[in-house]
Design a binder for this molecule. Structure first.
Ligand SMILES: *Cc1c(COP(=O)(O)O)cnc(C)c1O
Length: 228
């Protein structure tokens, strides 16, 4: 017999972790865009976060991480990888050409290929180069990494001729401006050049990025809290 309403135990909202919340938001954004959430990789950007924070996400089943410095990533992930060999590590920050070889051997993807000298350094590093994204300076901000929009075709041709496995484009829209037009332009440039992967969207805007085709979202703060 059903209990009278007043006697039912209220179901407490189950506490969800930041990881669960971000996954849920990705699923919702994907559903709204008529996309399969399995086509969107959540990269947990763990720069300036301690190894323990990464270990917590690994324990919760997460496997893809992003870092912006080669040395920091090496220090943090070498031990973690021994215990969890199926980790996938993405370089999302600017890469100096003299660190190209180290980056190619440490990372499973490089999101910041943005100039000829780096293409050459990666191509001649000697080992296999992981999948690469060309970073586009989508708002033409002089301070920022990324190749100029008008230089993209040439850089891509050069990367392809050198045998780099270029899979897509990466961009970072300007802060404090509606990001949608910048994501849309990134998607349009990728389509024009026959590239299918789009690394775009961070804590503040990943849902918008998913609506506009992101295949890789790079989320730090929403998963880990503020950085040190
Ligand atoms: C730090 C960083 C992120 C993550 O930024 P949050 O706002 O903390 O999500 C994403 N992409 C790049 C290139 C970054 O440097």
């Amino acid at each position: 017999m059903a209990l009278p309403i007043a006697d039912r135990v209220p179901t407490a909202p189950s506490p969800t972790s930041p990881l669960d919340q971000v996954r849920e938001r990705i699923a919702t954004a994907a559903a709204r865009a008529g996309r399969d959430p399995a086509d969107i990789t959540l990269i947990a950007v763990s720069k300036r976060q301690p190894a323990e924070a990464v270990a917590n996400l690994i324990a919760a089943g997460h496997r893809s991480f992003g870092e912006n410095r080669v040395a920091e990533a090496a220090g943090k992930f070498v031990g973690l990888r021994e215990r969890t060999p199926d980790l996938s590590l993405h370089l999302v920050g600017q890469l100096q050409s003299n660190k190209a070889e180290d980056a190619a051997s440490l990372f499973d993807a490089i999101h910041s290929v943005d100039r000829s000298s780096l293409v050459r350094a990666l191509a001649t590093a000697g080992g296999p180069v992981p999948p690469c994204f060309l970073q586009v300076n989508i708002d033409e901000e002089p301070q920022k990494g990324g190749c100029a929009i008008e230089a993209l075709g040439e850089l891509l041709a050069e990367a392809r001729e050198s045998g780099l496995p270029v899979v897509g484009l990466m961009s970072v829209p300007p802060a404090d401006i509606e990001p949608a037009p910048f994501f849309a332009l990134t998607a349009e440039l990728a389509a024009r050049h026959g590239l299918t992967q789009l690394s775009m969207g961070m804590s503040g805007d990943f849902e918008t990025a998913i609506a506009l085709g992101a295949t890789h979202v790079r989320v730090g703060t929403a998963l880990f809290g503020e950085r040190a």
